[in-house]
Write a protein that binds this ligand. Structure first.
Ligand code: GLU
Length: 300
């Protein structure tokens, strides 16, 4: 059995320093623990043409090397359909006709678990289902979950228990949902270590539970702090020169950008990926978000 970590960007635009920092951390955690390091392009939605190639080139420019072929989610339609069929045969899939608004209203009822799908369509009888189908709204497909919470192990957050609900497997436009695709692909790729931004910590109990339903072992997680822009919000395009290409266009080298990221990881003076890996100490990782402001340019 492979043992591997991964980085799984959505090809929706160029990677900014926050994404690049997470990618470097994922690469370092994998390499420092003797794992392979895989890349996966998560292009089921929000894909912009040419973006994946640019992202891969930027990762390579920083000195990140990966193992094996790059996996592309849109190549996996057959695997997703097969896994869905298996769950369906086990009676674990149901149609959900709810609109966002209906879910929000039901979820705000007294005693509803905050953020959980309230199960409105879970036990529709045949007549009710026929009536909903006749309304013309295509259904999403949900997992009939057997638990309402699950505990994951996170290297930074420790044992972390979070909500599990009847999560969406296929959206009502027919797109395979992120949570389902991630779990299937991580399983298929032999991923047993997931390093990513801590905005996804709350999704990890759902994903880990779904893995167990599919007969897979949940990975070890490392949810790392996000990078913030000068306003204190999550770093974004509006914050100026934030991508590698923008920073290079402003006169900084890839080594300069790597040096900024190394600084933020408490490793000043390091200017290469190999140097980062040599100095990497997971126990010494800063636990607070890094606030990034584009460095002043010094014209040559
Ligand atoms: N594709 C997701 C993103 O770019 C990351 C998913 C994951 O790492 O599980 O936010």
């Amino acid at each position: 059995m492979d043992s591997a970590g991964r980085y799984a960007p959505s090809p929706s635009g160029d990677l900014h320093v926050g994404n690049l920092r997470t990618a470097l951390l994922a690469w370092m955690f994998a390499r420092a623990t003797g794992r392979r390091f895989r890349l996966r392009v998560e292009d089921l939605d929000r894909a912009r043409s040419g973006s994946a190639q640019r992202q891969l080139a930027d990762l390579a420019a920083l000195g990140i090397a990966w193992d094996g072929d790059v996996v592309v989610q849109s190549d996996h339609a057959v695997q997703y359909a097969e896994a869905l069929e298996t769950l369906r045969e086990r009676g674990l899939v149901y149609e959900c006709f709810c609109t966002r608004r209906e879910i929000a209203e039901a979820a705000s009822a007294p005693h509803a678990a905050p953020g959980a799908y309230p199960g409105t369509c879970r036990n529709l009888d045949d007549a009710e289902r026929a009536q909903r189908r006749a309304s013309g709204r295509p259904p999403a497909l949900r997992l009939r979950a057997g638990v309402d919470a699950f505990t994951v192990h996170d290297v930074l957050a420790g044992d972390w228990t979070g909500l599990v609900d009847d999560l969406v497997l296929v959206r009502n436009d027919g797109t395979v949902a992120y949570n389902f695709a991630v779990v299937l692909d991580d399983g298929e790729m032999g991923i047993d270590q997931v390093v990513r931004g801590d905005d996804l910590l709350a999704s990890s109990p759902r994903q880990a539970y779904l893995a167990t339903v599919l007969g897979l072992t949940p990975p070890t997680y490392v949810h790392v702090p996000l990078v913030l822009g000068p306003t204190g919000d999550r770093l974004a395009k509006r914050d100026g020169a934030v991508t590698l290409r923008e920073l290079v266009a402003a006169g900084h080298s890839a080594a300069d950008v790597l040096g900024l990221i190394a600084d933020s990881l408490g490793l000043p003076g390091v200017r290469s990926a190999a140097g980062l890996l040599a100095a990497f100490d997971p126990a010494g990782l800063p636990r607070a978000p890094w606030t990034f402001s584009a460095p002043v340019t010094h014209p040559a």
